[in-house]
Design a protein around this ligand. Structure first.
Ligand code: ADP
Ligand code: ASP
Ligand code: MG
Length: 422
């Protein structure tokens, strides 16, 4: 019998009826002799509701003091969930105890709203497990060195679950969600998307970082760092299906490349609307320009993603890059006040209506012409590519956001992702 971590997302915890189902499923595993730790998210819609209230009272403001309070507020959603789940488990006749992040404690740094887990104390949890209890720990939240509540960024309960599994050296971390695994792309956008039986850790990392929200990227990073066996599966199967069947369902994240059952060149397509593009026109084409622009942006702790610089004409060139949409206004402001005057231009353009679409696959390493095939599929749909960025196992393009779904569907078809794997 093993120590197992289950994580249940917001939809899976969305009503008392669903929470009762979660409790019955967990009870089934516990009664089979497993030591169970459960990490639930807030009930669906709750985190958005809470943050909406905050924004009503303080629109647009992002001071650190305020972000502390955002975390205090947003973390309550998960506290409700753990309490309800412990009550439901006790009603099922099981010993169960719930903890908030600070009680475990799950220690993080103090980067409010996007804190990183630094350590997890396993003592209390191990004592409860030894006493035969199911332990329920809030997702999404932790506590910093000074005792302030922090949250881990949207979708952060995945990361809490994997980090708890790593700290406890759990045999497996099962991520229960509202789809029955990781698909070739979001099945809500492409109904023909196929479920992958396995996906390599590297591919999952790229898919998550390029926008597939089925797993938060940091959870995948943790799984890789601590080699946590990780599976994504549905919470909507009947709770009483045999454990052996449940344990084999969904998608397994694999760490060995030769375990790859589905060696497609492209395994999946990810997309997001999280970024905005900024172009500075007519900058002098001379050494140090990229540094002058991007150095100032980095200094302000703003992450830059795709970058392009055009060829120069008459000693001047255009320089474009993307940042997270939330950082867009701040970046433009910073460039206008601190950077443009020294570049001898005041021409800056921004576009928040872009999207990024990426094809991902470890098979791309050993195949040529994949990017060309991507560009052809987009051109056949009349979609203009604004920016391109590549790595060994992915190619991303920046497009007008109105083409996002069309592009994803066209690429899904072009790379035969709707066909059963060979
Ligand atoms: P949870 O609340 O369980 O954490 P999320 O909404 O965060 O669930 O993540 C699950 C959702 O991720 C699915 O409902 C699906 O729409 C979306 N998704 C995006 N890309 C993929 C993909 N490649 N495979 C499966 N689901 C995906
Ligand atoms: N409740 C948090 C959110 O909505 C964390 C999570 O669901 O993973 O982002
Ligand atoms: Mg999620």
């Amino acid at each position: 019998m093993a120590l197992i971590v289950h994580k249940y997302g917001g939809t899976s915890m969305g009503s008392t009826e669903r929470i009762r189902n979660v409790a019955k499923r967990v009870a089934k595993w516990a009664r089979a002799g497993h030591q169970m730790v459960v990490v639930p998210s807030a009930m669906s819609g709750e985190t958005n509701r809470l943050l909406g209230l905050a924004r009503e009272l303080a629109p647009g403001s992002t001071t650190s003091a305020l972000q502390r309070e955002f975390d205090m507020l947003a973390s309550t959603g998960e506290q409700v969930s753990v309490g309800l789940l412990a009550i439901a488990l006790q009603a099922e006749g099981l010993g169960a105890v719930s903890y908030a992040g600070w009680q475990v404690p799950i220690r993080t740094n103090n980067a409010y709203t996007k804190a990183r887990i630094e350590s997890i104390d396993d003592q209390k949890v191990r004592a409860d497990l030894a006493a035969g209890k199911v332990v329920i720990i809030t997702g999404f939240q932790g506590v910093d060195g000074d005792g302030h509540v922090t949250t881990l960024g949207r979708g952060g309960s995945d990361t809490s679950a994997v980090a708890v599994a790593a700290a406890l050296k759990a045999a497996e971390c099962l991520i229960y969600t509202d789809v029955d695994g990781v698909y070739t792309t979001d099945p809500r956008v492409v109904p023909e998307a196929r479920r992958l039986h396995t996906v390599s850790f590297e591919e999952m990392l790229e898919m998550a970082s390029m926008g597939s929200k089925v797993l938060q990227i940091r959870s995948v990073e943790f799984a890789g760092k601590y080699k946590v066996p990780l599976r994504v599966l549905s919470s909507f199967t009947p709770w009483d299906i045999p454990i052996e069947d449940e344990a084999r369902s969904g998608t397994l994240i694999t760490f060995e490349e030769d375990e790859q059952m589905e060696q497609a060149v492209v395994s999946g397509i990810a997309f997001n609307r999280d970024e905005a593009k900024i172009s500075i026109l007519g900058v002098p084409d001379k050494p140090g320009i990229a540094y002058t622009i991007l150095g100032a942006v980095a200094e302000a702790n703003i992450e830059v993603d795709v970058i392009i610089q055009n060829i120069s004409k008459d000693g001047r060139t255009d320089f474009s890059f993307t940042v997270h949409r939330n950082d867009y206004a701040r970046t433009v402001d910073l460039l206008k006040t601190q950077v443009l005057p020294s570049l001898g231009t005041d021409r800056i353009e921004g576009d928040t209506r872009i999207c990024k679409v990426s094809i991902v696959g470890i098979g791309m390493r050993s195949h040529v012409g994949i990017a060309a095939k991507m560009f052809r599929a987009l051109s056949e749909e009349g979609i203009n590519i604004q920016m391109i960025s590549t790595s060994e196992i992915k190619t991303s393009v920046v497009l007008d956001e109105k083409y996002m779904e069309l592009a994803v569907r066209a690429l899904h078809r072009a790379f035969d992702l709707d066909q059963p794997a060979a």
